[in-house]
Ligand binder design. Structure first.
Ligand code: ATP
Ligand code: MG
Length: 315
């Protein structure tokens, strides 16, 4: 099982769109896929489940809030398999294994509470709390490793406790970004923050292991890597990105430690309307008026990106 966090703390760059389309593509290739919505905005959840159904069936006992609430109150969190919502109900989903764990608006509070719990007067105590709280999602996902080939985490646009849990649990980070000045700057900042967090984790692990008492839980190091950047909402003319986007794609390509995926072209008609139908663009055309564009351009490009992702992540 590979765990991939889709992350960029710049808002509106296509994280949720990328998770839903890559997860659906992987499932359509026969992979067993779990999507986890970590964003209190619930965009991923509402891309597959209507708000009415969510309120009716899941809001109370079947969201990630139940998991993090238990952690917040020092209780044993429910097994993630109890929170899984199988994605079905559409012909596109009949033959594929695609599951979702829903988010909840109250995850905003949980983030702040968790952060306040990870404080302590002494380094030894802080190291224990740091390991305990930031490894919760990782331990819970490890129990699902025989059930899924791919877990995709849709991260909110920040770098708080829930996102740090996601990074700790992940093999890779995938970074969707718009190809403009500020967004390309954001990629560099994200790399720095990721490196800083990994260093902070490893130094706390060191302190923890030096003061470990018999019977205390074992924690593993982390080496989460940025798998690559996906240029999102790229303007294409004559089959090539327009100059305004190309300059930033090339700038990122010049960085020798960064892989740049094939782009996702800008198409508001298709990507803007999708969530209402509950089926990602890669699986079905949301607007018949755009059927030919979908059939001959958008779907093949998303499938090509999906294949590139599965190969690079060795899924
Ligand atoms: N290729 C595209 N072309 C046009 N519009 C797109 C494309 N991809 C995504 N969008 C639209 O851009 C908006 C933002 O996309 P999305 O919600 O996936 O971003 P996000 O990074 O998850 O945002 P947030 O930071 O709020 O979680 C949505 O309205 C979506 O429909
Ligand atoms: Mg989102």
């Amino acid at each position: 099982m590979k765990v991939v966090s889709v992350i960029n703390y710049k808002g509106g760059v296509g994280k949720t769109t990328l998770v839903s389309n890559l997860a659906a593509y992987a499932a359509a290739q026969g992979k067993r896929v779990l999507m986890i919505d970590l964003d209190p905005q619930m965009s991923l959840t509402l891309s597959f489940v209507t708000l009415e159904v969510w309120k009716d069936r899941y809001a109370e006992n079947k969201t990630l809030r139940n998991f993090f609430n238990a952690i917040k109150t020092g209780m044993t969190p429910p097994d993630l398999s109890q929170l899984v919502i199988p994605i079905s109900g559409e012909p596109s989903f009949d033959t594929i294994k695609l599951d979702l764990i829903s988010s909840h608006l109250e995850l905003i509070d949980i983030d702040l509470t968790l952060a306040s719990l990870i404080t302590a007067p002494m380094a030894e105590l802080l190291a224990i709390k740091f390991m305990q709280y930031y490894n919760q999602l990782r331990f819970a996902l490890a129990r699902l490793k025989d059930k899924y080939d791919l877990v995709m985490l849709d991260c909110p646009p920040n770098f708080y406790a829930v996102v740090k849990n996601a990074i700790t649990a992940s093999d890779y980070c995938l970074v969707p970004a718009k190809m403009d000045y500020l967004s390309s700057l954001g990629v560099g900042q994200l790399q720095d923050n990721l490196d800083k967090y990994i260093q902070e984790y490893l130094s706390n692990l060191n302190i923890y292991n030096q003061n470990k008492f018999a019977g205390a839980p074992d924690y593993q190091p982390i080496a989460t890597k940025i798998l690559g950047v996906v240029p999102m909402m790229v303007e294409i003319q004559k089959k090539q990105p327009v100059a305004a986007n190309a300059v930033f794609i090339n700038q990122l390509k010049d960085q020798d430690n960064l892989y740049i995926f094939k782009w996702v072209r800008n198409n508001t008609t298709l990507f803007g309307s999708v969530p209402s139908g509950g089926v990602p663009v890669v699986l079905s055309c949301p607007k018949l008026t755009s059927y030919m564009t979908w059939r001959t351009v958008i779907k093949p490009e998303l499938e090509e990106l999906g294949q590139e992702f599965l190969e690079l992540a060795e899924i």
